[in-house]
Write a protein that binds this ligand. Structure first.
Ligand SMILES: C[S@@+](CC[C@H](N)C(=O)[O-])C[C@H]1O[C@@H](n2cnc3c(N)ncnc32)[C@H](O)[C@@H]1O
Length: 237
């Protein structure tokens, strides 16, 4: 297989394609792999039904199946120094700490996206109103340039406009990804996202003048990412 070119997105399985990325070539990794979620809900009202329908949609598109964690070793191989953001849910946190802190002796931070318009479902549980983004680094670069960029909690609504436009059910806010890129890389650096979805990391890299490589398994989302990248390049001219 050929080496992967920079400023390209690829349609394929990242477990295989990552093997074509050169060792110690990537400055920053931002990934948002599928997370396993509990599908059980005791509520039977219309909101709960909407959540059930949403979860079925995620399941169908392979967005809530556990992924092959052996890719973490490959990510360590391709990074110049460990410098990685990983979106995850609470249950996944221990396994990432085990890998990056216990095994690779990284420093870590926990960032949180607080969804200010989360669904009001709290029967016998807390609301699902946040997502975690773990940051691990070992000599990696974290240098926020202003007070706002240094904050670790992002208060932002689920952006239903972007969600609708780019048809990805778990699209991340572009502004958060831009902040992570600004804080942990420099202009011209290479950013890798091998669970690219609708292309948020690639678009944020272009806007922040970084290079990128994206990999997405699902052809539908891959096509959307290309469309999104082309649109942003057109606006940038
Ligand atoms: C949570 S979504 C990422 C959403 C993205 N952050 C965005 O803003 O659009 C995870 C993506 O990983 C993709 N995926 C799952 N397994 C994969 C694999 N083995 N290789 C590449 N992509 C994969 C899924 O198709 C899905 O689009």
């Amino acid at each position: 297989m050929h080496k992967l070119d920079i400023n390209q997105v690829y349609n394929g399985d990242s477990n295989l394609m990552i093997k074509s990325i050169e060792s110690e070539s990537v400055d920053l990794v931002i990934i948002d792999p599928p997370y396993k979620i509990r599908k059980k809900t005791d509520e039977i009202n219309s909101l709960a039904k909407a959540v059930k329908k949403y979860n079925e949609e995620l399941q169908r598109d392979n967005l809530i199946n556990e992924y092959d964690k052996s890719i973490l070793e490959e990510l360590v191989r391709v990074m110049k120094r460990i410098n990685i953001y990983i979106w995850c849910n609470g249950e996944q946190i221990p396994s990432y700490i085990d890998f990056f802190v216990n095994k690779y002796k990284c420093k870590m931070d926990i960032l949180v996206w607080n969804k200010t318009n989360a669904m009001p479902l709290f029967n016998n549980k807390y609301m699902t109103d946040k997502e975690y983004c773990l940051y691990f680094r070992k000599g990696g670069y974290c240098n926020p340039q202003c007070y706002e960029d240094a904050k670790t909690v992002f208060y932002l609504p689920i952006n239903s406009k972007d969600k609708k436009k780019w048809i990805h059910p778990t699209i991340k806010p572009l502004s958060i990804i831009r902040t992570l890129i600004r804080n942990s890389s420099k202009e011209g650096d290479l950013v890798l996202d091998c669970f690219l979805g609708s292309g948020t990391t690639a678009v944020a890299s272009i806007l922040e003048k970084r290079n990128y490589i994206g990999i997405e398994l699902n052809k539908k989302y891959y096509d959307i990412s290309i469309q999104r990248i082309n649109e942003i390049k057109e606006c940038d001219k």
